[in-house]
Design a protein around this ligand. Sequence first.
Ligand code: TXA
Ligand code: MG
Length: 330
Amino acid sequence: MTNITLIGTDLSAAAGYLQQGACVAIPTETVYGLAANALDAAAVVRIFEIKKRPAFDPLIVHVADLAHALHYADDFPEPLRRLAENFWPGPLTLLVPKSALIPDLVCSGLPRVALRAPAHPMAQALLRMLDFPLAAPSANPFGYISPTTAQHVYNQLQGQIPYILDGGPSPVGVESTIAGYEAGQVVIYRLGGLALEAIEQLVGPVRTNLNQSSNPAAPGMLTAHYAPRKPLELVGASLPAHRTISGRTGIITFKKRAGLPENVLQIALSETGDLAEAAKNLFAALRTLDDADIDLILAETVPEEGLGRAINDRLRRAAAGNDQTGSSQA
Ligand code: TXA
Ligand code: MG
């Protein structure tokens, strides 16, 4: 059992812990990951324990590039290969038939493995120092908001992992887009850091399949996920003018909004209305309001285009997390 968690930028230290079979938090361009040797089932078990993640929710395997990915796939359908060639390294995860090299535990017994080449320079450098791929879910307790800084990871996992590799605030800020290939068509299972429009431009119209809540055939983005502990309510594209607000309330707005009641603490995701900037700031804003002295979090939705789709998806799930009676919250 680890007791001291260090935060630093020492790639060799991070590599050393991973080579010993320990879990290390690593920066990626999307969110921080809780990484371990994907080929070592004992190391992977620790990820599930630390995250309190149910064994039916499989892990993404991170590789340096497509050449490495091919090693862990039994087949790589042509449209997915084109996506990898165009968007890797980057915020895109591809579900492909798994090779026997990947332990079944990593994929929760499912036939496909989720592969991603992250773009963050420290993640790239680390992967190139290692002779194994890294299984890494987001480095948060299961069901909570994904971390976008080393400090977010430390706040929740200190004492449980030896090292957090600090790569600064995650520049994309929402998790990767997850895609696969079924019946001759590209399917999107999770909206994320790579815009749907960019994918369709390359491979034509895609199908989306976003809501599976148990033993997800794909990205089990359980309906209630990314949830703050405080109640969160969506208010549409803007707070209705007649809405009375009792008690201390926080609101996440897209752009800065004037004239809000005095008891409302506002965090604007992007002063200029830029969706990529809004995505980058989203999870930190949720954490700030979750930790603030307020009783309720309100959130505006953003335009449903580009990274706005992923932002709205995360906000909807955060809202669902509050009136959820099921067991998907840990
Ligand atoms: O941006 C990201 O994707 C981040 C960074 C760290 O890379 N990772 C991340 O991992 O968000 P995680 O575990 O929080 O979400 C991965 C999702 C899960 O919901 C899981 O169900 C799905 O991907 N997934 C992973 N492997 C799968 C598989 N073999 N078959 C179907 N779904 C899979
Ligand atoms: Mg996650």
